[in-house]
Design a binder for this molecule. Structure first.
Ligand code: SF4
Ligand code: SF4
Length: 130
């Protein structure tokens, strides 16, 4: 559920889909769509909708008849997206480190001094056989 929205907005009001927010956005975002995606924590989709370019100008807040704190929700969503990106990068870093460790572990010492291509191929082969 609506984790991000809940943490920045305790209001009971909901989007009435009037779409007044779209024409006032200086960077041509759809606050309506972004709000719906943030409600469902659909970060990838929000990224594709270009949430990163939100300027937090609050023009959408000002015009929203439901008084939704759109800009604050988008700021929070961006921070969640960054958190996820950092977690993904860290997971990739650890995976690369682990792969390098396995590579060292399964490299025959006799190959260690020969050409790097043969060494890499042998290590890859042994990795696939794990
Ligand atoms: S202005 Fe507010 S109520 Fe209207 S569509 Fe945008 S977010 Fe929804
Ligand atoms: S706060 Fe973001 S989404 Fe809202 S009008 Fe400004 S740039 Fe557009």
């Amino acid at each position: 559920m609506k984790t991000v929205v809940k943490t920045v907005c305790d209001s009971e009001s909901a989007c009435i889909r009037c779409n007044w927010c779209a024409p006032v956005c200086p960077v041509a975002l759809s606050p309506l769509r972004l709000f719906a995606l943030a409600q469902d924590a659909k970060w990838r989709a929000a990224e594709k909708e270009n949430i990163a370019s939100c300027l937090h100008c609050r023009r959408c807040d000002d015009i929203c008849p439901a008084a939704l704190p759109l800009s604050a929700v988008f700021a929070r969503a961006k921070s969640e997206i960054k958190k996820e990106e950092r977690a993904r990068a860290e997971a990739q870093r650890l995976k690369a480190r682990y792969d390098a460790h396995l590579l060292r572990l399964h490299t025959p010492p006799s190959l260690a001094k020969t050409n790097p291509a043969a060494l890499a191929a042998a290590a890859q082969k042994s990795l696939h056989n794990l």
